[in-house]
Design a protein around this ligand. Structure first.
Ligand SMILES: Nc1ncnc2c1ncn2[C@@H]1O[C@H](COP(=O)(O)OP(=O)(O)O)[C@@H](O)[C@H]1O
Ligand SMILES: [Mg+2]
Length: 397
């Protein structure tokens, strides 16, 4: 997910300034305020005397031994202890590393550093336990209206809850024509638009009031059923809202409307997972391709964008095959959900998930597979490499 911190870097080498500058072009850091300039501890001290300490201060130094410690001491008087300091130095010495960490320095890197080392170190610093506790955001969007994206969102949300015995919040972001509450036969009290209209009043208690409970695990934040005159929702409202719900539940499934407004694209770019649901025809193929082009370019590489083909077999003979979709979107479809009008219409009429209608249906099994795939619980924790002196030395052996 996108990091929101301020970073100021004071570097001796032009190269290091350039490495810091590369952060600007990356989605993950696009919300960071980044200042980078030439200089070292002295320049940082002057900066801090006049400015608030950034969340992360990066300093490159060529000092060693006592002079280094003296300079660092003098920085301490202006450094806000809630911030973090990353030092890039000249000595590859484990003793020094320990001493610096003891002093409260968050990270020491042995220069020159490259882009990956810097990114890994920052990610490590800010991927603290609190961040790990944040819910996983899975955004579902249709290549075209009617492809079945809301159906996928609701069934996925239900299945995630059952499979992991964990809370799931399904958020209907189709602000005008949302169907999530209807599909699960829930009587809506207040809609998400009411909540989003006044983002500064939002908190978890208020959001709880908007949530409809489907079962022990699944709650739904519904969309309005009445068309409002204007839904002028401030852009940052979605940010604030998502930040809150991510603290409330380990899984957040978003039913995102098929439109390309600024807030929709922000949500799709930021989500941990995006599921694009398409019906296998030419119009969907073209639109899926456009969506993938936009998203793949900007989304973080470790946050997948997946393609789900749905209603497969509805018009046999005239449908476009998975290979063609793969050619257009550059991703292999994750799933092919068959056209099963009986099952899906019974589910819709009952206000249930397909799993509750039929445990043995092929689609039920597929939603279970999909839940496993997007849960983020499959892959072992990613090994990070290259950051920190200790790791650096290990990798040199
Ligand atoms: N695999 C399927 N087989 C049969 N009907 C389906 C299937 N998937 C979705 N539907 C039906 O298609 C209709 C449109 O689905 P919906 O999820 O509302 O589409 P979207 O949100 O993409 O506009 C709904 O009536 C739904 O029950
Ligand atoms: Mg929909």
């Amino acid at each position: 997910m996108t990091l929101r911190i301020s970073i100021a870097a004071f570097c001796i080498e032009n190269e290091t300034v350039n490495v810091v500058e590369t952060l600007r072009n990356q989605r993950q850091y696009s919300r960071c305020e980044i200042i980078s300039q030439e200089g070292s501890i002295g320049a940082a001290r002057n900066f801090l005397a006049e400015n608030e300490t950034p969340n992360l201060l990066i300093i490159e130094t060529d000092l060693v031994g006592n002079p280094l410690f003296e300079e660092l001491e003098s920085l301490a008087s202006v450094f806000d202890p809630n911030s973090r300091l990353m030092l890039i130095g000249q000595e590859n010495d484990i003793q020094l590393y320990r001493q610096l960490i003891d002093m409260g320095i968050s990270e020491y890197l042995y220069g020159p550093i490259n882009e990956d080392q810097l990114k890994n170190s920052i990610n490590e610093l800010y991927a603290d336990p609190e961040a790990i506790d944040l819910g996983r955001v899975i955004a579902c969007v249709g290549a075209r209206g009617g492809a079945g994206s809301s159906t996928v969102a609701a069934n996925l949300a239900y299945t995630l809850g059952q499979q992991y015995l964990n809370e799931v919040i399904l958020v209907d972001l189709d602000l005008c024509f949302g169907t999530a509450a209807l599909a699960l036969n829930l009587q809506q009290r207040q809609s998400i638009s009411d909540a989003l209209a006044q983002p500064n009043r939002l908190d978890d208690v208020l959001i709880e009031r908007f949530m409809l409970k489907y079962n022990e695990y699944l709650s739904v934040v519904a969309a309005p059923t009445v068309l409002g005159s204007d839904y002028e929702i401030p852009l940052d409202a979605f940010d604030i809202f998502l930040e809150l719900v991510r603290k409330m539940s380990p899984f957040i499934v978003l039913d995102v409307p098929h439109q390309w407004s600024p807030w929709v694209s922000e949500i799709l770019l930021d989500a941990n997972e995006v599921l694009v649901t398409a019906y296998p025809d030419l119009a969907n193929l073209r639109d899926a391709q456009a969506i993938f082009e936009r998203l793949m370019e900007k989304r973080n590489v470790d946050e997948p964008t997946r393609l789900v083909l749905n209603r497969v077999g509805m018009a046999k003979g005239s449908e476009v095959g998975p290979k063609d979709f793969e050619g257009a979107t550059k991703v292999e479809p994750t799933l092919n959900i068959p056209f099963d009008p009986k099952l899906f219409s019974v589910a819709l009429n009952n206000g249930q998930s397909v799993a509750e209608v039929s445990k043995r249906a092929k689609s039920t099994k597929l939603f279970s597979e999909l839940a496993t795939i997007v849960s983020g619980k499959m892959k072992a924790k990613q090994q990070r490499s290259g950051q920190g002196l200790i790791n650096f030395m290990k990798s040199k052996k």
